[in-house]
Design a protein around this ligand. Structure first.
Ligand code: ATP
Ligand code: MG
Length: 389
């Protein structure tokens, strides 16, 4: 008996026209995530098969991959009725259950016994050897037997996959990633819809610490579990921030700072052929996220900015952060550049005209180009989050 994993595509199979592209993307993503493991992988139009000596670890990693409907641990045997029946018996002896049901699917019509008859043969064998009974409506153990041309697969439960689309199927976008709770969740949600992301983080040393930066890299590392392909671009933001502090009235500091962040994100995205920006803004959460602020800040940007958590309550965002494993890192205390310079009374109804007036007082284009030219790139993130703080 050969133990292996197979993956069901689910939603992908309904996308007939694009099916090959989907499968190719998904298999590539699986390769990225399993890079450190020994395994072999084969795919056909309906599923992907993976063999490995480390099945449990592979399954753990597959649970983080978008585009997978379910993961099945199966046993493959020859298409011989006695072999199948004996193998099923051997396998169910390791399971604890009182009631069961057998479901046979006979895709290989050369196998002469009809599915219903074969269900009965298997059930009879189990009933003779174990103290259990059949329950076709609500069985504790659902025994599935698939008789296919290449062999017979026996399996019980399916492990639910993450669903969504394979990362990258929607091209690449830029995620503004801070050390907070919201933006890693926004990144995760982007990945879920098949959007590959690259991260942009603004740091302001010495006002922000190395720990703050490592925290962001740590967060990128965690969401990389769902991608395998993430890079973090670190923008030196100190000079711009200090210039803003010197030239802008206190209540407008954050508004202008965010317009500068958006300008840098926009320029960087265009340079790298990314069509969309993602961030973790949530309506009303802070002064810079009122609708007027979002309008005034967004005004400097002529590509779409998608805010996956815009309409979520903080508690809903926290729930996702906990589920995806970013929460514990996000709540570490190190401050970001947004939090070190928060004025006492930030404007909640800024106007574009006032922003333009303040921005006339310094040459931000040169500063922006300089910041972009000095971006530090952190790539080759680990699949597994090692504590790098
Ligand atoms: P988060 O919890 O995601 O950090 P927040 O509640 O702290 O969000 P803000 O600080 O106003 O809210 O930031 C809103 C969004 O702007 C963040 O979610 C993130 O996408 C982006 N952002 C803020 N600070 C930075 C930064 N230093 N580098 C990159 N992006 C940032
Ligand atoms: Mg923040």
């Amino acid at each position: 008996m050969q133990k292996l994993i197979f993956i069901k595509y689910g939603e992908l199979t309904t996308k007939k026209g694009n099916r090959n592209v989907f499968i190719k993307k998904l298999t590539n993503n699986i390769k990225n995530i399993l890079v450190s493991l020994n395994y072999t992988m084969k795919s056909d139009r309906s599923r992907i098969y993976i063999e490995s000596n480390d099945i449990d670890l592979v399954v753990e990693k597959l649970k983080n991959i978008f585009g997978i409907h379910s993961i099945v641990i199966a046993y493959k045997v020859d298409n011989n009725s006695d072999t199948i029946i004996n193998s099923v018996l051997e396998l169910v002896k390791n399971e604890s259950f009182k009631t069961f049901k057998v479901d046979t699917k006979r895709a290989d019509k050369r196998f002469m016994i009809h599915s219903m008859d074969f269900n009965k043969m298997v059930a009879t064998k189990i009933l003779k050897n174990m103290d259990v009974s059949v329950d076709v409506h609500n069985p504790e153990l659902h025994i599935k037997i698939e008789i296919r041309v290449e062999g017979t697969f026996i399996y019980f439960n399916e492990i639910k996959g993450l669903g969504g689309y394979p990362v990258g199927i929607q091209g690449k976008s830029l995620l503004m990633l801070s050390g907070g709770i919201d933006s890693p969740v926004a990144g995760y949600l982007a990945l879920k819809r098949g959007v590959d992301i690259e991260c942009l983080y603004f740091e302001s040393p010495p006002h922000t610490s190395v720990q703050a930066k490592n925290k962001v890299i740590g967060l990128a590392n965690i969401i990389n579990k769902y991608s395998g392909n993430i890079k973090v671009n670190i923008v030196p933001f100190t000079k711009i921030q200090e210039t803003i502090l010197r030239n802008v009235k206190e209540e407008y500091i954050i508004t202008i700072m965010r317009r500068m962040m958006y300008r840098i994100a926009l320029k960087f995205a265009k340079k790298n052929k990314m069509q969309v920006i993602f961030n973790g803004e949530s309506i009303g959460q802070v002064a810079s996220q009122t609708l007027s602020s979002i309008n005034v800040i967004n005004n400097v940007c002529d590509i779409p900015v998608i805010r996956p958590v815009a309409c979520m309550d903080k508690l809903e965002i926290i729930d996702i952060a906990k589920k995806i494993g970013t929460y514990e890192t996000s709540i570490l205390p190190y401050e970001d550049c947004c939090t070190v310079f928060v004025p006492k009374h930030p404007v909640i109804n800024p106007t574009i005209d006032k922003c333009k007036l303040y921005e006339k007082s310094f040459d931000y284009e040169t500063l922006i180009d300089e910041a972009i030219n000095n971006i530090e790139v952190v790539s080759n993130l680990e699949n597994n989050y090692d504590d790098i703080l």
